[in-house]
Write a protein that binds this ligand. Sequence first.
Ligand code: GAF
Length: 396
Amino acid sequence: MELSLEEIKEKFTEKFHQSPQLIVRSPGRINLIGEHTDYNGGFVLPAAIDREIYFAISTRNDNYCHVYAQNLNEFEIFSIEKVERSRHNWSDYLKGVIQQIQNYGFKIAGFNLVFGGNIPFGAGVSSSAALETGLAFALNQLFDFQIPKMELVKLCQRAENEFVGLQCGIMDMFASTMGKENSVIRLDCRSLEYAYFPFLQDKYSIILCDTGVKHSLGNSEYNTRRQECELGVKILQKHYPKIQHLRDVSSKMLNSHAQEFDQITLKRCRYVVQEIERVIAACEDLQNNDLVAFGKKMYQTHQELRDDYEVSCEELDFLVAETQKFSPESTNLVLGSRMMGGGFGGCTINIVKKEQVDNFMSAIASAYQIQFNRKLICHKISIQEGTSIAFEKELV
Ligand code: GAF
């Protein structure tokens, strides 16, 4: 279901018999290259997209939060003083944010909230980060806390780490908050320095192909990958005490101590070290306007995520392989394709020649249907601004 700003506003009025004081738009994100590098202190290249969640919100005169999730038609009421996990998965993301703002030292009063939008859930475009950043931004504005944007980003990451329990990095919250129209963001996930790179979509479009699957291993395997990377750092710290993250490790350093690693840890670390180098090289491709070289790197990333980092799945591998059938070498109909996000399902990201987009989407969807007897949903994406105010009631 797609929900517009107007529909969210109307729903709020219907539920709470008043119009909202504030509406915030919070987008999902894509990531062009740099997967599983954020929690290794490395670089990523994400962007905010034209799929978003709207948060219509107003203060209440008590300490209760009345929250309606419009896409799911679910309602939950909870006390601001007793923020506990619930049966609704979505509300944990919101409660995590409330808890972190309180830990930050601010007092939140009760509020009415309706949220909804068009970010596909579970597709790997980070509807969860959009939930977190959208609410953090809305509460900051509603109660005039004046928490700086970058602090909001960090606080949302802590909400996911500590309340939801996924040891994710900072990429998703950063991209959702800091996105800029038609630009990708090269983010140094350690220093949080960032630079925008124009990503022109005049000849090529960005297409997401949503497998519609989310294998249950996802969260636990994600946390395991993080531990494997940390183990790699520990092994190398014996020789290089200044190393903090895999970001500080070169392929040469890794190879010269390879015999001290078990095979799995070595594969994981090798992937991360190479991927961090690849993001830097991919940004040079963008500067040189060489999208062909950029796309090749996306294919390399997929191959290593599949074979070395082992976070792909057969549906994702199938979709990437199909793009190479659709676009035989040097036709450049599809420049790059790879799984995107944490893995174990979700979607692939593809750079497809503009005039071939319709052919591509129908060819890949019918191949997927035949192979898995499942519908493939393709999304043509454009790159948009990060979290922002969509509506604010004038004070009288
Ligand atoms: C998920 C996480 F939330 C991100 O922090 C990042 O690690 C990503 O997987 C993989 O690159 O989206």
